[in-house]
Design a protein around this ligand. Structure first.
Ligand code: HAM
Length: 421
């Protein structure tokens, strides 16, 4: 089907693009005010980066990567997420040399071969931010705060913040054992995915959406009974900072996230407008990822959000945004021989920052005027031989239909809004 985009992908049409510009501008503005600088990494990376980074037991690596071989047989993968690539770039360019805490953000396409449904696509856009280099819960707080500030500035409501701790290398193994003990006799009752998770990564059973699994999960051991002192202190500190900022949150011990690199803090921002795929964004701490990818021990934390889900929430909540104002001026020609002069005039208008359009389909003057009406321009400049002899054109004010002869050198005075004061 050559006239259909591949399954799970979509076009962003001119009628929707203003939402994207608006959201992207706010994201950049807010993140730069928090001291984050943009980084742009490639759309594909060596497959091994994601296998090592996201984890072999994750759904992403197991089932969802778009992986292909280049002509020399090296395995490459379209990026399913931005954190591992950012850490790769951080190491490759030795960014810690510039600053012990690297604060980076990104906007871009991600690719996951998931079963498409509302809010879940195979090519989607994320914005994300990563702070690499500090173990402090203050940075977790800042990441949450910056993400929250973006949603607030966009005017989104009906959002909630869920936080959890998933422990660390010290305390998680004991918790995983406790989960295995607990689910051992219940294994038969779990869905096939969870039975597999039982062996590979029992933590992931906790966020299974299957109804029967949820019944079994209800009385499972809580991570909070297993956190080591350091993880517990970190989590209490995060809560203290959020409380002091009066940021409302819910502690959800079942929030475990789908990527294996998380340690300590895990969090998600949920929208009440989105149905099943209700996470507008998620993130957490990943203290071992830098060393997993070949660097020295460097604690880090980050967040990423789905732009499509965010924009669909904006549309549902009818958030007012500044739409493109359309073309301001139409330059019409009386006859073929006026086109060169018209080209010069339209260039002059556009160079001065006023949007202008002309006819490209050899239309009669009458048809050009109809087009100008349809474009809803404020003025039409009519270029004709007679007026050109005096270096003039006819300027028609489309609001009141008034026409007057105007010197070409003076056109802009009529087209630009009068400066105040
Ligand atoms: P993630 O939870 O996999 O985390 O994705 C973050 C957000 O991307 C989700 O909450 C959702 O809004 C959006 N998203 C994910 N998959 C899809 C999809 N198939 N279609 C549409 N939207 C989707 C990460 O990607 C981590 N890298 C976040 C992070 C950054 N953790 C630390 N730093």
């Amino acid at each position: 089907m050559l006239s259909r985009a591949p399954k799970g992908t979509s076009d962003i049409l001119p009628s929707q693009i203003d939402y994207w510009y608006y959201a992207e501008n706010i994201i950049k503005e807010v993140l730069q005010s928090y001291g984050y600088r943009e980084i742009r990494t490639p759309a594909f990376e060596h497959t091994e980066l994601f296998v090592r980074g996201i984890g072999e037991t994750s759904d992403i690596v197991n089932k969802e990567m778009f992986t292909f071989q280049d002509r020399k047989g090296r395995s490459l993968t379209l990026r399913p997420e931005g954190t591992a690539p950012v850490v790769r770039a951080y190491l490759e360019h030795n960014l810690s040399r510039e600053n012990p805490l690297s604060k980076l953000f990104y906007l871009g396409n991600m690719f996951r071969c998931e079963k498409p449904q509302a809010g879940r696509y195979r090519q989607f856009n994320q914005f994300g931010l990563e702070a690499i280099g500090s173990p402090s819960a203050l940075v977790d707080t800042e990441i949450i705060l910056a993400s929250w500030a973006i949603y607030q500035k966009l005017g989104l409501t009906n959002l909630s913040l869920m936080i959890n701790s998933v422990g660390c290398r010290e305390c998680r193994p004991e918790y995983l054992e406790a989960l295995k003990d607990y689910f051992h006799d219940k294994k038969k009752l779990l869905c096939p995915d969870c039975r597999e998770r039982y062996d590979k990564n029992p933590l992931r059973i906790l966020d299974c959406k299957n109804k029967q699994c949820q019944i079994e999960i209800k009385n499972s051991p809580s991570i909070f009974d297993y956190l080591c002192k350091d993880c517990d202190r970190h989590f209490q500190q995060l809560r203290k900072y959020l409380d002091s900022l009066q940021i409302a949150y819910q502690v959800n011990p079942l929030l475990v996230r789908g990527l294996d690199y998380y340690t300590k803090t895990a969090f998600e921002i949920i929208s009440g407008e989105l149905g099943a795929q209700n996470a507008v964004g998620g993130g957490g701490r990943y203290d071992y990822l830098v060393e997993e990818l070949g660097g020295k021990h460097t604690p880090a934390v980050g967040f990423a959000a789905g732009m499509e889900r965010m924009i669909s929430t904006m549309e549902k909540q009818e958030i007012k945004i500044p739409f493109w104002e359309g073309i301001k001026v139409f330059v019409a020609t009386v006859a073929q021989e006026d086109i060169s002069a018209a080209l010069k005039i339209i260039n002059h208008i556009r160079e001065n920052g006023v949007s202008a359009e002309m006819d490209f389909l050899d239309k009669s003057l009458k048809a050009q005027m109809r087009l100008a009406n349809k474009l809803d321009v404020s003025h039409t400049v009519i270029v004709g031989q007679e007026e050109l002899k005096e270096q003039k054109v006819i300027l028609k004010n489309m609001a009141d239909g008034q026409q007057e002869k105007v010197a070409i050198s003076q056109i802009l005075r009529y087209l630009q809004p009068k400066k105040k004061g």
